[in-house]
Design a protein around this ligand. Structure first.
Ligand SMILES: NC(=O)c1ccc[n+]([C@@H]2O[C@H](COP(=O)([O-])OP(=O)(O)OC[C@H]3O[C@@H](n4cnc5c(N)ncnc54)[C@H](OP(=O)(O)O)[C@@H]3O)[C@@H](O)[C@H]2O)c1
Length: 289
């Protein structure tokens, strides 16, 4: 039995589907009852429902599983506390293999959600557990949040330079690599893997390719970060998420966010998915159809 925490989110669902298709039973940790029902429907055998910030819930979730894939909820200011509690629960349960969903370049201190993941990685080194750390780049799937605006205005508006470059990764590739790591276990103990796509794309190129896929001219434009912040505030985004994302945009503006695709290619046994392939596979899901 494999535990997946944060299982009802974007990442969790992709990992769940990949692990289930590899055949091992899965227990999921989700926050809400309706998510429990949905994930059972998808094939999860066991469900633990509640707040991941509760150590007792993590203890219940880790009890009796062989391996765990830990996904901290996005933009949680207590990622380190949750990570520590998950590690404690894993040790108590004598877990065989702890796989941690980190992020590419957790070493960047300016971005709190990266730095917190680095601190959790450090806890794993000292935990005595058999661990594997996966460090994905930003997902190609993040583009789906922009479809409606692109279709309505022909603009891909991002709060950083349109020239900054990214080695976006297909989340489904990440999930397949994760399923392999979980299946093969010991071969991946104490490993840290950067998981990146093979292209280095600017937002200008991303917009052009997305436009071709939805048969509309789309242009990348840099939106003012103050305007972004105001809109995030009005939409109820909390202080931690807002300030952390602003720092991330400042970082992207100066440095982009890019890594190397070789490790992912090795884990997949094929070239990582290219952005145009991802678009071809998914644009029928966009609001244009
Ligand atoms: N997006 C990227 O490009 C990217 C790249 C690399 C790494 N990552 C990392 O991937 C991780 C997951 O991101 P994501 O975008 O997949 O997250 P997400 O879609 O926001 O999913 C988070 C899930 O956790 C649940 N959750 C939130 N707070 C919880 C709590 N206290 N207890 C139990 N469950 C809780 C949420 O439930 P509700 O639906 O009820 O809120 C949701 O189902 C993050 O750590 C992120 O940093 C993301």
């Amino acid at each position: 039995m494999i535990l997946i925490t944060g299982a009802a989110g974007k990442t969790g669902l992709a990992i769940l589907k990949a692990v289930l298709s590899a055949g091992e039973p899965v227990r999921v940790l989700v926050r809400r009852d309706f998510q429990a029902a949905e994930l059972r429907e998808l094939g999860a055998q066991e469900v633990v429902v509640g707040d991941m910030e509760e150590p007792a819930l993590l203890q219940r979730a880790f009890d009796g599983v062989r391996a765990a894939y830990h996904i901290c909820p996005n933009m949680n200011s207590d990622e380190v506390g949750i990570g520590q509690n998950a590690i404690t629960a894993a040790r108590e349960a004598e877990l065989e293999h702890f796989v941690y969903h980190s992020v590419l370049h957790p070493q960047v201190q300016e971005m709190a959600h990266h730095w917190n993941k680095l601190l959790v990685e450090g806890l794993l080194f000292k935990s005595g557990l058999n661990y594997t750390i996966l460090q994905p780049a930003s997902y190609m799937q993040n583009i789906s949040g922009y479809w409606s605006k692109m279709l309505a205005t022909g603009e891909y508006g991002i709060p950083y330079s349109v020239d900054a470059r990214f080695s976006m990764v297909d989340l489904d590739d990440v999930a397949q690599a994760a399923a392999r790591v979980l299946r093969e276990g010991a071969r991946h103990y104490r490993a840290t893997y950067e998981l990146c796509g093979s292209q280095l794309l600017s937002s200008i190129e991303i917009a052009e390719m997305a436009g071709q896929a939805i048969h509309r001219q789309v242009q990348a434009v840099t939106m003012n970060r103050g305007v972004w912040e105001q809109s995030a505030r009005e939409n109820g985004m909390n202080d931690y998420a807002r300030t952390t994302l602003l720092k991330m945009f400042e970082y992207y503006d100066r440095y982009g966010f890019a890594g190397n695709a070789t490790v992912l290619g090795n884990l997949l046994g094929r070239a990582p998915t290219r952005f145009e392939e991802y678009l071809k596979r998914t644009t029928h899901l966009s609001p244009s159809n």
